[in-house]
Design a protein around this ligand. Structure first.
Ligand SMILES: Cc1ncc(C[n+]2csc(CCOP(=O)(O)OP(=O)(O)O)c2C)c(N)n1
Ligand code: SF4
Length: 297
């Protein structure tokens, strides 16, 4: 994986699909692109088979654009709706068995660090709430306890969307779903809190209707995971099918949910702040020099 893996061999250009050549010439590899530039470059995600209006698709599109070095990134996912997008993007994607994404990502990241000790190679897990908070819970938590250096992004649609509407640990108490007709009997798992407790150096909770905020969170999470430690992002990516949200109301729902119970929150350790400030020039974390008059005895 590098910029070179997509380049067309000399002489083969005329046999390669136009979309492919467009990607090599106008894609994001080797450049610094932002969600604010959408429409001016060829995205790594071109087509997908997700339901019309699915907010997870929008979030994944933003996430892929936001990777700091997409040409040096591998995504890891599993069964669930998100892999239908991830497996079609021009970024290597590893399909873990349902539940073992964070164990696969641990081995992959360690292998990459051994093989490329001087070059950052980013590993990003993107999987559903069922895949991470339920069956993958133990492996996710233990990857954090072990301080594995990769980012975990939960695509939290608060349901098992791909299999028709079973409740997950991230479903809200009382929610009635097609295959959970009696209503969820316990609270949504407080995963951001668990991530902090387990040792993540950066934790953020986002909704997809603020693209720049999503981009900032993902960039920080991926950069911090390179050198400081594990990072976790939880994204509200509503399932309009299982929650019967009319397609045209998907963004309105996200705004309401953000206001009511999915506020943007960010947690960052002092070590991670220092790293972003000194290595990447993040101004908000640069220590302000106090003028003499401001220094209290
Ligand atoms: C070991 C195993 N158990 C069950 C399944 C069936 N399965 C496929 S997708 C899925 C649900 C995915 O739900 P979630 O992880 O929340 O992702 P979503 O589809 O909602 O994005 C299940 C149970 C499977 N593929 N493998
Ligand atoms: S089932 Fe839900 S989460 Fe899956 S693609 Fe459709 S709307 Fe999106």
């Amino acid at each position: 994986m590098s910029l070179d893996y997509v380049k067309v061999s000399p002489g083969f250009g005329k046999y390669v699909a136009k979309e492919y050549r467009d990607f090599v010439e106008h894609g994001p590899f080797g450049k610094q692109v932002s969600v604010t530039q959408v429409g001016t470059f060829k995205e790594a995600l071109d087509e997908h088979p997700m339901c019309a209006g699915c907010a997870m698709t929008l979030f994944l599109r933003l996430a892929i654009i936001s990777f700091p070095n997409p040409e040096d990134t591998i995504t890891v996912g599993t069964a669930g709706c998100g892999r239908l997008v991830l497996s079609q993007a021009v970024i290597p994607f590893v399909y873990g068995n349902y539940g073992d994404t964070n164990a696969v990502a641990s081995g992959l990241k360690r292998g990459l660090m051994t093989r490329f000790p001087d070059k950052p190679k980013d590993v990003v897990v993107l999987a559903g709430d069922g895949g991470l908070a339920d069956i993958g819970f133990s492996m996710m938590m233990h990857s954090w306890f072990r301080k594995e250096k990769f980012t975990t992004i939960m695509l939290d649609n608060e349901v098992y969307g791909n299999t028709g509407g079973q409740e997950s640990g991230m479903t809200n108490r009382g929610a009635v779903l097609k295959m959970a007709p009696l209503g969820k009997k316990f609270d949504k798992i407080a995963m951001p809190e668990l991530a902090k407790t387990a040792g993540c150096a950066y934790v953020a909770v986002v909704v997809p209707n603020n693209p720049k905020r999503v981009e900032n969170a993902i960039k920080k999470a991926v950069l911090i995971a390179r050198e400081v430690g594990p990072t976790y992002i939880q994204a509200y990516t509503s399932c309009n099918i299982e929650y019967a949200i009319p397609t045209e109301k998907v963004m309105e729902d996200a705004f309401t949910v953000e206001k009511d119970r999915y506020q943007f929150t960010e947690y960052i350790t002092e070590e991670a702040k220092e790293y972003l400030a000194t290595k990447w020039g993040y101004k908000e974390y640069q220590k302000k020099e106090l003028k003499p008059a401001e220094v209290k005895a």
